[in-house]
Ligand binder design. Structure first.
Ligand SMILES: [Mg+2]
Length: 232
């Protein structure tokens, strides 16, 4: 995630992470004036020069007008633009898609298989972000990736913000099994200050491996768990 909102800092982060081996980056947009987001996106795009898959995620941050302004000004620098308008505004997504030089991805607009089909049918997205928390667990999230594949749509597999290695392990196993994953996987464990696993899910040189042990393959550190437990 390139998410400081500051052009120089985000460009420096992008260069450093590309050097480290990261293959995909997502710019967080929608929290600043749209002209600033356009300038920041273009600068990051120029710094990476196509070496890394680049997306931008507005988390529903714009009204249709601003989303279209951003799409016209910055989408040529992107591989995909995620959820520029409200999740329920599927028609607005289709309008932005018509103005964008890159594919559109849905995230907050996807809570069911029907939502996936609706975005596809309306030309509102060419893919989307699949999360267990939205679809209802591991099995349904996996079935959603099968539906995306059937419809010829791309998948970005993401965790909830700041998950422990227990749920991040599930995300990584899902990523290993998903029939499509062109838009990458984003485990959020690396953003935690502390974890509760003896063998935490770690991202090295921009890549992550699924643990091979039984079950999720994560060994829970019971002492750490007790340390952070809330008294009942
Ligand atoms: Mg998102």
């Amino acid at each position: 995630m390139l998410a400081t909102g500051d052009l120089d800092t985000d460009v420096a982060d992008a260069r450093a992470k590309a050097e480290e081996g990261f293959a995909a980056m997502k710019i967080k947009v929608g929290g600043k004036p749209v002209a600033d987001d356009i300038a920041r996106t273009q600068a990051i795009g120029e710094a990476l020069a196509g070496a890394v898959q680049l997306s931008a995620d507005a988390n529903q941050g714009w009204k249709r007008d601003d989303a279209i302004t951003y799409a016209r000004g910055a989408s040529a620098a992107l591989d995909f633009l995620e959820q520029p308008v409200m999740g329920r505004d599927v028609e607005g997504m289709a309008m932005v898609a018509g103005e964008a030089a890159c594919a559109l991805a849905a995230d907050e607009g996807l809570h069911s298989f029907e939502d996936v089909r609706r975005h596809h049918a309306m030309g509102a997205a060419k893919g989307g972000s699949v999360k267990m928390i939205k679809l209802g667990g591991v099995t349904r999230a996996f079935q959603a990736t099968e539906l995306f594949a059937e419809l010829g749509m791309n998948v970005n597999l993401a965790g909830k913000t700041a998950e422990t290695s227990v749920s991040s392990a599930a995300v990584v196993h899902l990523a290993s099994a998903a029939p499509v994953l062109a838009w990458g996987v984003s485990p959020t464990t690396p953003y935690l200050a502390v974890d509760i696993a003896r063998n935490p899910i770690t991202v090295r040189e921009g890549h992550v491996e699924a643990p091979t042990g039984a079950g999720l393959g994560v060994e829970v550190d019971e002492d750490a768990l007790a340390r952070y437990a809330r008294p009942s």
